[in-house]
Design a protein. Structure first.
Length: 672
């Protein structure tokens, strides 16, 4: 274990290095969330050991200075920062704090907007004409970037005449807002740079910041920047009574202000807004990491004053970080249903995007050596959406020499069988033993899962208990279980044991398609299983089918065909099927589907409101139709929901697939 003094010194160097790269060079050596996480660790060490605090520690720093090269301009009023709150409790505490400071009968109204990830700028208009544009700088003094900002199309060079806000065209009007680069423009620019071997930018914010500080405005004009306003100030503050009014004035003066910005009357309404946009934020043109919540009434807002660098009357409600730093305690190998041996990092528990992460996939041996991840390393972990957390990279700067490199075991950690690779070029090692206990429990769990045989009472823990007690080795043996066997297990009592055995017995004549899916053949998902069942009509026929026959089935390609033939050719699988038969399991040919949607196939893209995607799929199948996950030549309809990505749409347009909306789909399902 490194001593706190050395650890603190290493952390300080790394964070300072990050800050220099980020603020001065506009280069990002790690994400902000990862740097925050390191800073958090340093603060903790310094709190426990105050004698270790040094004057140059990043925990003691105030914001950076403007760069030389642009002339410096003093702001008319300080450009403040915001304090962050991360959850409902902290948001509630903020409301409580300010409520206490105000007369008891004050009815608070809030105004909320997306917090854009760009850089702040102030635009100064004199008699409606753009005179100056200034970066935030250190909040007091910024840089004169007028020539560059003039190239931004969304910045009006003259405020629009507006009958409502005619006063704003006289005298001084200051507009504040965020300069951002849209994600699509960022990607396009980085691609161009890659082609000519120029270094790429880490994120849109850095690219926007790098651009606005270019000394050559022509170069700036070639890079699409946007300005989204969030504040307007007049010499007489009473001209802008509320923040809602400010946004309306901004729009009528010809500026862009986010149209989603809106007022709220309670913490609950703020949280609802936050949740909605947290889910939808990937679809926004710019990056956002939370909301800005302000007191709507600007008199109250001003009365509340400033603490440190932030106004009391506003907070940033931040979404949970999707990256954090932690330590790798150990690396072990997990064996999946198909035998794939996946190295997994055991981590010191850390909160990422709102949930605690203790394990992260390392994918395969090659990935570990490419990233050089060692046991004992401090690492950056990340979680994006619903995917399994992963290790982004180790922080090699924090190594103390005790870290150990990982070696892939030669044998299965569960059953000691020698691990093999199907081909030399494959990245993944596999346990070839079909009755490996780890493979067995995942296979049985899959067989019993909702989309397969849907056997109640066979969750992870019960399956492991049955395997450990040597009562089952594969799904076929489930049908041998009797109540007395199950009762021997600690987890079961008279009633629960009886229930489980009956639930299994009830599935002795399962639907053929579900049974095929339940076998867990690689590449055979729910729809493929349905297609196979409909074509071959019995397990025996499917088992004897050739690659040729399989490939002729609509929706089945070569990969699936090969995988099916391979599965049935393995003696161990033939034995399994024989065991099912011996135990009286007779999959039933799915009843001939017929119905008004016979011959029609559907793909859904984006969100639909009326029912879940699974419910829609079930309903379509019930009516004789086919539900597919991707658009192909045979697809009859692409149902276009809300917030659609472009992939499926593009493909549908190319193939001439008919597009319908949710309403039309519901009409077809209802009418049928
Ligand atoms: S209102 C006192 N609204 O966030 C500052 N700021 O941490 C109140 N930001 O430097 C600013 N989106 O550049 C406001 N919709 C928004 C914003 C926003 C991004 C930035 C702003 C400021 C930082 C505050």
């Amino acid at each position: 274990m490194t001593n706190p003094k050395d650890r603190a010194a290493k952390l300080r160097d790394l964070i300072n290095n990050y800050r220099y790269n980020y603020h001065v060079l506009n280069k990002s050596i790690m994400s902000e969330a990862a740097a925050d996480s390191l800073k958090h660790e340093l603060t903790q060490i310094e709190t426990e050991n105050p004698e270790l605090i040094t004057p140059d520690s990043p925990t003691q720093r105030v914001a950076g200075r403007p760069l030389p090269g642009f002339s410096q301009i003093k702001h008319s009023s300080r450009m403040l920062s915001l304090n962050d709150v991360f959850d409902e409790a902290e948001l509630g505490a903020w409301v409580k704090r300010i409520t206490k400071l105000l007369p008891s009968d004050t009815k608070l109204e809030y105004f909320m907007d997306l917090k854009m990830d760009g850089l702040a700028a102030a635009l100064i208009y004199e008699d409606g004409i753009l005179k100056q544009a200034v970066t935030r700088g250190d909040g007091f003094v910024g840089e004169d970037v007028t020539a560059n900002v003039r190239t931004i199309e969304s910045v009006p060079l003259r405020l629009r005449e507006s009958s409502h806000h005619a006063d704003f065209l006289e005298g001084r009007t200051e507009v504040r807002g965020e300069i951002v680069m849209y994600k699509k423009d960022f990607q396009a620019l980085n691609k161009q740079r890659q082609v000519v071997s120029l270094p790429t930018f880490a994120n849109p914010r850095n690219l926007a910041a790098g651009t606005i500080r270019q000394l050559d405005p022509q170069l700036v004009a070639a890079r699409p920047l946007q300005f989204h306003a969030y504040d307007v100030m007049r010499e007489h503050p009473e001209e802008v009574p509320t923040n809602k009014f400010a946004y309306e004035a901004l729009r009528s003066l010809g500026l862009v202000a986010n149209s989603v910005a809106t007022s709220a009357h309670s913490v609950k309404e703020i949280l609802n807004f936050a949740r909605t946009w947290e889910k939808k934020r990937q679809k926004l043109p710019f990056n956002t990491d939370g909301l800005v919540v302000k007191i709507n009434d600007r008199v109250i807002y001003d009365q509340l004053g400033v603490v440190g660098k932030a106004p009391r009357g506003a907070v940033a409600f931040k979404y949970p970080a999707e990256q954090a730093t932690t330590k790798v305690k150990d690396i072990f190998v997990s064996i999946g249903r198909t035998g794939a041996a996946t190295p997994v990092a055991m981590l010191e528990p850390v909160v990422v995007a709102g949930s605690t992460v203790q394990m992260a996939t390392l994918h395969n041996e090659g990935e570990i050596s490419r990233k050089d991840i060692r046991v004992g390393d401090s690492v950056i972990v990340q979680k994006a959406g619903d995917v399994i957390p992963e290790v982004v990279r180790p922080l090699k700067e924090l190594r103390d020499g005790t870290e150990k490199t990982f070696e892939m075991p030669k044998n299965c950690p569960e059953c000691a069988t020698k691990l093999i690779k199907a081909k030399e070029t494959e990245a993944i090692w596999r346990c070839p033993n079909n009755s490996c206990p780890s493979r067995a429990w995942k296979t049985i769990q899959h067989f019993a899962s909702k989309a397969a045989l849907d056997i109640e009472g066979l969750g992870e823990k019960n399956v492991i208990a049955l395997i450990k007690a040597n009562l089952v080795k594969d799904p076929a043996e489930l049908y041998n279980l009797n109540k007395d066997d199950v009762l021997k297990l600690e987890r079961f009592a008279e009633i629960s044991a009886g229930k489980l055995v009956n639930a299994i017995k009830a599935k002795k004549q399962p639907d053929l398609a579900r049974f095929i899916y339940g076998l867990g053949i690689r590449h055979v998902g729910v729809q493929t299983a349905i297609d196979l069942a409909a074509t071959f009509k019995s397990l025996n026929k499917l088992s004897n089918s050739t690659i040729d026959e399989l490939s002729r089935v609509e929706g089945i390609g070569e990969v699936v065909a090969e995988s099916v033939v391979e599965w049935f050719s393995r003696p161990s699988n033939q034995k399994l099927l024989a065991k099912f038969e011996k135990n009286g399991v007779k999959p039933q040919k799915s009843h001939e589907v017929s119905g008004p949607l016979l011959g029609l196939s559907f793909v859904i893209t984006g969100n639909i409101d009326s029912m879940s995607r699974e419910q829609a799929a079930d309903k379509i199948r019930e009516l004789g139709g086919t539900f597919q996950s991707s658009v192909g030549k045979g697809t009859s309809y692409l149902v276009v929901g809300e917030n659609v990505g472009s992939n499926k749409l593009d493909k549908a347009r190319k193939l001439g697939t008919k597009l319908i909306d949710e309403k039309e789909l519901m009409r077809m399902l209802d009418k049928a």
